[in-house]
Design a protein around this ligand. Structure first.
Ligand code: 5GP
Length: 144
């Protein structure tokens, strides 16, 4: 089955166009990063390219290289800001692969020894809680 075409009505495309708000962690000409509203752990951040790609299967490899550098930089800030023991990077492709929003994105999920991940697309977190984590992460971000 070929990868379906990019659908510009997806929620992340609306966030990228400024039609839907987000709690922004980072932005440059390549990527936007913001807090996941249904975090699998405290401080869960999503990083997505500004250019349209449904998922990793149709993404431009050159863009992926630029994007993963942003993922690395933000993951370092998340680990430091949240005093995490580790970081899990997640990236889902197509419904059978667990993808629910069809604009490519990487999940940065901080981990602490003995703390189990909450469910994928589980409960929504309160905005004030997300905002507190966002501030800490932004403060820990270093230039690329
Ligand atoms: P996927 O399953 O596509 O890899 O993950 C989509 C992620 O986006 C989920 O972790 C979900 O919690 C998150 N999410 C879904 N809708 C929104 C939204 O409107 N705003 C934000 N910030 N995150 C969202």
């Amino acid at each position: 089955m070929p990868t379906p075409a990019y659908d510009e009505t997806n929620i992340f495309a609306k966030i990228l166009r400024g039609e839907v708000p987000c709690l922004k962690v980072y932005e440059d000409d390549v990527a936007l990063a913001f807090m996941d509203i249904m975090p699998q752990a405290d401080g869960h951040v999503l990083v997505l390219p500004k250019s349209p790609a449904r998922n990793i299967l149709d993404a431009d490899p050159q863009m992926l290289g630029q994007l993963i550098a942003r993922v690395q930089n933000i993951a370092r800030a998340v680990k430091e800001a949240l005093a995490a023991d580790g970081i899990t990077i997640l990236q889902y492709n197509e419904p059978a692969g667990g993808q629910t929003v069809f604009h490519l994105h990487f999940h940065i999920v901080p981990r602490w020894t003995g703390v189990v991940l909450r469910p994928h697309t589980g409960a929504a977190e309160r905005p004030e809680v997300l905002e507190a984590f966002r501030r800490k992460i932004v403060a820990a971000l270093k230039p690329l």
